[in-house]
Design a protein around this ligand. Structure first.
Ligand SMILES: Nc1nc2c(ncn2[C@@H]2O[C@H](COP(=O)(O)OP(=O)(O)OP(=O)(O)O)[C@@H](O)[C@H]2O)c(=O)[nH]1
Ligand SMILES: [Mg+2]
Length: 396
């Protein structure tokens, strides 16, 4: 997928539909001079609903959709006719989409499953027609209930891809090469830093018809938490991965070829600790995930992983994506790690996001006028007084 097509954050103004007003009508017909109240109820306004869709991988389809408005409920009519319900607006989003309030940055909800639905904004309920207000002491109620107002909100949708294993490493560590070897994904590979600019996913087949999803994210460098390189914004795509695979090249290009093993080990450990520190600055909860370390490019230089394994306390593998060395063992180890019960739960708390003040300013939230009608009590705003309808209908 071209880089420009990977959209993982959009901002949208949403408004549900307002409820239709109840109708105030008194029945009149030939030879029925005082037919009594027969005003019908207003219809419900449309909801704004988010729905998970496993066929979507990005928020690209919402990039140019700045406003999503559900339609209003129809007004009630005479002869106790109901108003039509407003049409719901269903926003399809990829699984793993998190919803934040667009003005405060507060976390609201998240969609994880295919077809999972979330009513983001409820449509207003329709008002009751005057037929409901008839009583022995008030046989001609000359009022009806207004419809409930619409709800509106700016939202930010953020995609946090749902993968099982996330690859973490400096640029040029060989992350994309590994993904291209173990899955059918075709990420861009080159010997310059920051080849990968957007997250890439691949499905890795393991023995016995099993598979897991692997996410390759752009490289991280020291100081990424202060915005260096591509920053840490892509780390949200590994927030929900069950296992993190750290990747550090065993052969460092600018080091002498015959450097002793001790300095190589020290260098690998240093790189690993820098990556760990950057992850911690982004979200300390990332460090609670299971970690494995892969020493890449072992076709150039070999190393005994045992001392490193003891020192770091995590499994270490020597691999080469070029010769295929160590790859089956790595896949098996990742699979075994994914099967562990403590790694099945990938819940993580979502910190509020920072909201750009410029985005907040340019939203035009115009509200359209209702059809002027004599028998509707529909325009109700701040001075919306429900006290006279107490005990009847939806104000209870
Ligand atoms: N010899 C050797 N070279 C490798 C191996 N894996 C990757 N490379 C080379 O290392 C360079 C960088 O590989 P990439 O897979 O693009 O690295 P990356 O980690 O995805 O880099 P960014 O996308 O920039 O973060 C490429 O020139 C690869 O050919 C390996 O196992 N052995
Ligand atoms: Mg890459």
């Amino acid at each position: 997928m071209a880089n420009g097509n990977f959209i993982d954050q959009v901002r949208i103004y949403c408004r549900s539909g307002k409820g239709g007003a109840g109708c105030m009508h008194l029945h009149r017909a030939k030879y029925v001079p005082k037919g009594g109240p027969d005003g019908g109820d207003g219809g419900r306004g449309g909801h704004i609903i988010l729905q998970g869709n496993r066929n979507l991988w990005t928020l690209l389809h919402l990039k140019y959709q700045k406003h999503i408005l559900a339609t209003d409920g129809g007004h009630g009519g005479q002869s106790r006719s109901f108003g039509k319900d407003g049409e719901d607006k269903i926003i399809q989003v990829p699984c793993g989409t998190v919803v934040y309030d667009g003005d405060t940055g507060e976390w609201l909800a998240e969609i994880k499953e295919d077809k999972e639905q979330l009513v983001l904004l409820k449509g207003g309920r329709g008002g009751l027609g005057n037929w409901h207000f008839r009583s022995a002491t008030n046989q001609t109620p000359r009022y009806a209930q207004p419809g409930e107002p619409a709800q509106e909100r700016n939202i930010v949708l953020q995609l946090k891809v749902l993968a099982d294993v996330g690859l973490v490493g400096f640029p040029n560590a060989g992350k994309s090469t590994l993904l291209s070897v173990v899955s059918a994904a075709k990420p861009e590979i080159a010997d310059y830093p920051f080849t990968t600019l957007t997250p890439q996913l691949g499905i890795v087949a393991v023995r016995d018809n099993c598979s897991f999803c692997m996410a390759d994210i752009p490289g991280i460098i020291e100081g990424a938490s202060e915005g260096k390189g591509l920053g840490l914004r892509f780390l949200r795509h590994i927030e929900r991965n069950a296992v993190l695979l750290f990747m550090v090249p065993v052969a460092v290009p600018d080091r002498d070829g015959d450097a002793d093993e001790q300095s190589a080990l020290a260098h690998i450990e240093k790189e690993y600790r820098i990556l760990l520190a950057e992850l911690e600055k982004y979200n300390p909860e990332l460090l609670t995930k299971a970690r494995l370390l892969a020493l890449t490019k072992c076709d150039i230089q070999t190393l005994d992983p045992q001392p490193l394994q003891e020192k770091l306390g995590i499994p270490v593998f020597c691999i080469s994506s070029v010769t295929g060395m160590g790859i089956p063992e790595l896949k098996d180890a990742l699979w075994a790690e994914l099967q562990k019960e403590q790694n099945q739960v990938i819940e993580i708390s979502h910190a509020p996001i920072a909201v750009d003040a410029r985005d907040v300013a340019d939203d035009d939230t115009d509200t359209e006028e209702d059809e002027p009608g004599t028998i509707y009590l529909n325009e109700v705003d701040e001075d919306w007084d429900l006290s006279k309808y107490k005990g009847i209908g939806w104000d209870q």
